[in-house]
Design a protein around this ligand. Structure first.
Ligand code: ZN
Length: 59
C-alpha cells in the first residue's frame, strides 16, 4: 500500500521551467502545470484559502 504524496505547489524559483505558467490573477510566474500545479500564484492561493476559511461550511 502506497501513501500518495501530497501535491506541493513549488515556489516559481524552484519549479522546473516546463511546469511554469502565469497566475490567472496577477500574471506572476508560478508553478501552474503538472503535479501540484495551480493556476494561481502562491500569494493568490493564500488569499483564496483565507476567504474560503471565513465562509461558513455549506454556504
Ligand atoms: Zn497572483
Amino acid at each position: 500500500m502506497t501513501t500518495p504524496a501530497r501535491p506541493v505547489n513549488l515556489p516559481p524559483q524552484m519549479c522546473p521551467p516546463p511546469l511554469l505558467g502565469r497566475c490567472a490573477r496577477c500574471h506572476a510566474a508560478c508553478h501552474r502545470y503538472g503535479f501540484g500545479g495551480n493556476p494561481l500564484c502562491q500569494a493568490h492561493q493564500h488569499k483564496v484559502a483565507e476567504l474560503q476559511a471565513k465562509k461558513p461550511a455549506g454556504a
